[in-house]
Write a protein of this length. Structure first.
Length: 178
């Protein structure tokens, strides 16, 4: 499984996510996405410019290994990360830096951790972002697209972990952010 995410340089506009399955699978999904950090969260983290290399910055460019994991559902988590699935937990796709800004950001003091692709409550007043809200530095996508990615991930790759990020996977999902 491979995913290409392309953002405009300023992150003030929506980006594009294109995910494809294994060769011959016929799986292809294309959608808009947001890789912009929330101004208040970035400022509170000492990063008022939303520098991707610093905590609560915009999503860093580069290549990531990705895997499906679950976050415990709570009212705050459901608002921030999206709806629970049939497990009663919230599926997310973890992004583990491999190259580019992503790897630089992971190696800095106050490093970037917890990067993921997820959804979350929409705010329809954000018409210029089609209802997607800024995050604390993750990639936010529409719920219907997340549901499709999660189903394909389970089918092709499996679940990476529930409570431990260290469970190895036989297959990988590569995500490139440009």
């Amino acid at each position: 499984m491979q995913t290409l995410i392309t953002f405009p340089p300023s992150r003030e506009h929506l980006g594009k996510l294109v995910a494809s399955g294994e060769a011959g699978s016929g799986f292809l999904v294309e959608t808009y996405c947001l890789g912009r950090s929330d101004n208040k969260a970035a400022e509170d983290a000492g990063n008022p410019g939303r520098d991707p290399l610093l905590r609560c910055g915009d999503v860093p460019t580069g290549t990531y290994k990705a895997y499906l994991y679950y976050k415990k559902a709570s009212p705050v988590a459901l608002r921030s990360y999206g709806k629970a699935d049939d497990t009663g937990q919230i599926p997310m796709i973890a992004l583990i830096p491999e190259s580019g800004e992503a790897l630089k950001a992971a190696g800095k003091p106050g490093r970037r951790t917890g990067l993921a692709i997820h959804t979350g409550d929409e705010n329809l007043k954000y018409t210029w972002w089609k209802g997607l809200r800024p995050t604390n530095g993750c990639v936010r996508i529409p719920q219907a697209v997340m549901d499709a990615l999660v189903a394909r991930h389970k089918f092709e790759i499996g679940v990476g972990y529930t409570d431990s990020k260290d469970k190895p996977l036989e297959k990988t999902h590569i995500v490139t952010v440009q």
